[in-house]
Design a protein around this ligand. Sequence first.
Ligand SMILES: Cc1ncc(COP(=O)(O)O)c(C=O)c1O
Length: 411
Amino acid sequence: MSALHLSQRGALAPASPIRRLTPLADAARERGLVVHQLNIGQPDIATPPAMIAAYRSYDERVLAYAPSDGFRAYRERLATYYTELSQDGGGATVSAADIVVTVGGSEALLFAIAAVCEPGDELLVCEPFYTNYAGFSHMLGVNVRAVTTFAKDGFRIDPERVEAAIGPKTRALCLPTPGNPTGVVLSRADLEALAAICRRRNLYFICDEVYREFVYDGPEGSRAASLLSLADFDEHAIIIDSVSKRYSACGARIGALVTRNKALREAALRFGQARLSPATVDQYAAMAALDTPPSYFREVVSEYRARRDALVAGLRGIGVDCALPAGAFYLVAPLPIDDADRFCRFLLEQFDLDGETVMLAPASGFYATEGLGRTEARIAYVLDVPRLERCVTILGSAFAAYRAQKDVGRR
Ligand SMILES: Cc1ncc(COP(=O)(O)O)c(C=O)c1O
């Protein structure tokens, strides 16, 4: 019997560089090691009590489907939140009819790319990029075209280079702000410059704003500028959002696609009808989360700022010359070794410091250009300051052990 056929799409789907080393981490734990996980953006911050209480108080007799675009009451509450965000930047109102509730920001991304690209079209991103932009594009037969940004410039995005990369098959620009993995936050002026390009070249702008509240250098309570607030851009703008990071509720799997482009919103709704509905109980919890007081965000942001500062200072102290990220909770660190992939494996397979080691995400998978990111790793600062300081000590010792081992190999 001949082997069953597996599609090229299935056979060639890229493994997530964030999760790829998990079997090695599991094996290290089985050997009794403590593995500090800095590879994945899973925050350790407590979910707001109002959200947890909403889960506990769910008391319906039948756990029914929700509408395909999400509960109207939830979308109306979201519309108030987005309108405030938009008007903060001088933009127009957002209505419940502009929102489709999705299964995490992930599904919003999938719907957005599917709605604007034909198979064979191009999605324009800046590398290093959030790897699932490539994962979803691959599923849809869409090619990723990447504009490289560099650690030495703090991964700054240059609009001229973005425009120069647009080809005949490019349909959309897709960028996160604040950025994963770079921590770059786009200013309003940056958004305006990129939007002007999209207008001129007739592209959609998929703006992934799931880390909106996580900005560290503005006045207290600042949020990253939102694409929703730009004037005369309604037909082009698609906003990706999620409760995962905002409320430290990654397991809720609730996100949103927001657009004032009616045809696009209709397409997203029809995709939503195919998967029937987003989760019911989680939407109630996400609705309750909207009542989270500003003091929660003040505390969380100040905690992440302290983590960022401790991590960057610590890394610089062990010879890692990394840029200070302005937002989200990641940084891309150029490591003082020859091969980050090998080093990340070494950490899990061959190294420990008094029974502890660290898991990082090798950065090559965050680039589309072959060969880039080979000596970089993405680090998520999702652990508290004492644990991050311990991780820096472990890494410092691991660099020395890795180099010593290579020297022995060479002799
Ligand atoms: C930039 C970015 N966009 C979207 C997502 C999707 O998150 P979720 O599906 O949990 O909402 C993530 C998750 O890490 C992310 O980092």
